[in-house]
Ligand binder design. Sequence first.
Ligand SMILES: [Zn+2]
Length: 157
Amino acid sequence: MTKECCWCNFTNEEKQSILFESTYWYVFLADNQDYIGRCVIVLKRHCINLSDLNLSEWIELKELINRLEKCFEKILGAELCNWSCLMNDFYKSATPNPHLHLHARPRYRNAITINGSSYADTEFGHHYQPKKETLLTDDNRKTLFEMMKKFLNQEQK
Ligand SMILES: [Zn+2]
């Protein structure tokens, strides 16, 4: 089962986007930066839904949520975060084999500036747009990645 799951076998290239790693979870900076700082939180073992998480994984997820929300607020100036556990894409297959993950989309009342470029959350106060295009340039993505990685890997107070 796990062999045919690419979420159980990330490539080295995919692992370049890991911002933070804990015992049970990975935090990736999402490819699509439609909402600046958007992350994907992936369980390290194959698990198909939230009800199959064990207590240790839940507790660590709670710690991860604290760490991420603090990062979004302190480093990026986000006012809130939209959390979702969707998994819909896996079910486009006739034989779905979902791998548990969550999406975190920081939301901004005020535009965020990176290297002089300003990014506005034009839907603030509303549901995120599911098909919005990525906003970040490659250089600004790199800057964002380094800022977030540094903060997330600091000892938390
Ligand atoms: Zn898997």
